[in-house]
Design a protein around this ligand. Structure first.
Ligand SMILES: Cc1cc2nc3c(=O)[nH]c(=O)nc-3n(C[C@H](O)[C@H](O)[C@H](O)COP(=O)(O)OP(=O)(O)OC[C@H]3O[C@@H](n4cnc5c(N)ncnc54)[C@H](O)[C@@H]3O)c2cc1C
Length: 371
């Protein structure tokens, strides 16, 4: 049995971010990923918000900047939304995760791919992974929305999900590629949205729906082809569950904690989970380093104030799920000024809902209506 400072389970955004930061501080870190390599068969659309893309300095060839959002009602009337100096980043997600894994290895993380962790034993001062023959001072379980480790550790589990599915396609040559095209449609994406964007090498389109509702990805693809007069063809498909119930409780105990989707660190409204996974992951890496170097505070206790609970967004998501919204209501709302401002707030609030700059942008930037 070998001994490490930190064992991380899951080699995606959360696990890689935490492991890299901890290793940068000199910790002995082992990361286990069940797939053949981090990033293989990723489920995510991979859209990054500006703040996190800039901080990570992602390789330019793996990214594409998108300045605005075009929000469509079911009748295909739309409004364009943007915010000064703000943008999203479309990514070649699989290669971004491969790049993050390279950064982790450069920092000193030992990555074990094709290794599924199934058994964990917690003692007062150690964590043991008997099948992997290692013990560690701290364990981070970043094993995704359906975390089996959360169950095994007796921690909280995600109970509320959106289901999302996406195609990578070739075509849609006429698409405005500086926009993230977002579709409000109860017919194809009840309870959430559909999306279409020019990614790095392909066009990506997808839908997500609230639990218990059928995802109509193929019909949505046909509908978009008809609307955009395109002969697009499908290249590949993917999908998965998106937690939307907020942070699970408890998300940590003893010398172990959950991170990323496993902990429910996803915005219940936008379903964006990459930003919190990477940001909280890095802070957790700092805290684990201090803990292993003798600072008494448990890492999860130290970062707890940074973990967003999303009480307002959770309530909005709950209301949206139970009320539902017929297509005619969206057709009406799209031309309503208050709705436009709310949509602007939703897509461009990343500097904080109560941040002065965000409100200035919202109140003074223009949203153009198209018929
Ligand atoms: C269709 C879809 C589109 C999305 N689009 C976006 C988007 O555009 N922008 C955004 O911000 N968010 C998006 N999300 C959400 C985002 O993808 C997640 O929030 C993010 O991937 C969470 O990262 P994670 O590291 O916590 O978990 P995951 O990315 O789920 O990774 C978990 C990892 O753990 C591994 N694993 C699981 N169990 C074990 C085990 N026992 N042993 C070893 N390894 C294990 C898995 O193989 C996987 O690699 C989307 C989600 C879906 C489903």
């Amino acid at each position: 049995m070998t001994h490490s400072d930190l064992a991380v389970v899951g080699g995606s955004f959360a696990g890689l971010s935490c492991a890299t930061r901890a290793a940068t501080h000199g910790l002995d870190v082992k990361l286990f990923e069940r797939k053949i390599s981090p990033g293989a068969y990723t489920q995510s659309t991979g859209i990054f918000v500006k703040e996190i893309a800039e901080r990570m300095a992602l390789p330019i060839e793996l990214t594409r900047k998108i300045s605005g959002v075009r929000l469509y009602a079911p009748n295909m009337n739309y409004i364009d939304l943007s915010s000064p100096d703000y943008y999203f980043i479309a990514t070649d997600t699989q290669r971004v995760l491969g790049w993050m894994a390279d950064q982790a290895e450069i920092a000193g993380v030992e990555i074990h791919s094709s290794t599924q962790v199934q058994q964990i034993e917690l003692t007062k001062s150690k964590v043991r992974l008997p099948e992997q023959h290692i013990s560690a001072r701290y364990l981070v379980a970043a094993d995704g929305a359906n975390s089996a480790l959360a169950k095994q550790l007796g921690l909280g589990q995600n109970r509320h999900f959106l289901a999302g599915a996406e195609y990578e396609v070739e075509g849609f040559e006429e698409l405005d590629d500086d926009k993230l095209h977002v579709f409000l449609t109860s017919s194809y994406a009840p309870g959430y949205i559909g999306w279409l964007l020019k990614g790095v090498n392909t066009v990506q389109l997808g839908v997500a729906a609230k639990p218990g509702r059928h995802i109509k990805l193929r019909p949505f693809f046909e509908f978009l082809k008809y609307h955009f007069n395109s002969k697009a063809t499908m290249l590949s498909g993917r999908g998965g569950l998106i937690p939307c119930g907020g942070i699970v409780s408890p998300w940590a105990q003893g010398n172990a904690c959950l991170l990323g989707d496993a902990a429910g660190m996803v915005s219940p409204l936008t379903a964006g989970g990459i930003h919190p996974s990477i940001e909280v992951g890095a802070e957790l890496g700092n805290a684990i380093s201090d803990y292993c170097n003798g600072a008494g505070v448990l890492p999860h206790e130290r970062i707890s104030p940074l973990v967003k609970r999303y009480p307002f967004k959770r309530r909005l998501r709950g209301a949206y799920n139970s009320l539902g919204m017929p297509d005619y209501a969206f057709n009406y709302l799209i031309s309503n000024p208050l709705f436009r401002k709310s949509a602007q707030l939703l897509f461009f609030h990343h500097r904080g809902l109560f941040c002065k700059e965000a409100w200035r942008d919202i109140l003074f930037s223009t949203a153009h209506a198209e018929q």
